[in-house]
Design a protein around this ligand. Sequence first.
Ligand code: G3H
Ligand code: 13P
Ligand code: ZN
Length: 285
Amino acid sequence: MIVNVKTILEKAQAQKYAVGAFNTVNLETTRAIIEMAKELASPVIVQVTGKTLDYAGGRAIFHLIKNIAEFYAPDIPIGLHLDHGKSFEVVERAMDIGFESVMYDGSRKEYVDNCLTTKKIVEIAHSRGISVQAELGNVPYLGEMQMENVDWEKYMTDPDQAKQFVDETGVDTLAVAIGNAHGFFRERGEPDYDRLVAIAKRVSVPLVLHGASDWHSGRVQEVISRGISCFNVDTAIRLAFIGGLREVLRDGEETDVRKVLGTAKECVKEVIKERMRIFGSAGKA
Ligand code: G3H
Ligand code: 13P
Ligand code: ZN
């Protein structure tokens, strides 16, 4: 059952668990996410980036996810979301396709630019019943940037600015930077828990954590208890999928594409299962 992302995350926020927002690029990953949501009776968010809209075809991937969600899991709350819309145009494209939740990611822009564009998108989105996630501070892609000494301070979300940003833009959810980074590269030794507490004290919308798909259970619990309601998961899925392919193709004999991709799908399911349990969303559908 398709349910608005905002509704899914407000329930998680109220009950102090988190929901996984899992990135998909194809049929197999989408089925892995939704089958596991059904098996564990877990609410879930299935998301795609602008690159995936280009790769799979925007309408094709949107309707693939929607059809699988409605057909295989009519009793499970499933949100469909655009992840990291980096421009006004890609966000507009997703809204036109039918996404009821979009992220506008202006985190690499100056505060004022990020704020103005986010506000403009929120106005348009809300008039169409669509919810919006924005990012303040910047969750870096450290592998991409090959940085040696990371100056974490310059990436972190400022709690007072977060309040001002949410008040000014009217966003529905906020992605925060507390020492988290995309990919399994380098992160701050420990996230800045005090900063998260300060943000959650000032901001009432659900908070989202990107770049934490390899976090161990203890650390996940620490940030959920301090106000995180959603975890984005991409790298862990990519690695599981590729690992499954490597395994099944190792001896070079298999020629049934369904067996090859089916193995990759099963590997992805294991990651989803583990994450849903750690996030505490299992059984919350
Ligand atoms: O942060 C989200 C993804 O890791 C970026 O994925 O390669 O689809 O843009 P992408
Ligand atoms: P990882 O790639 O570190 O799992 O982060 C996922 C993410 O933030 C997608 O938006
Ligand atoms: Zn992200």
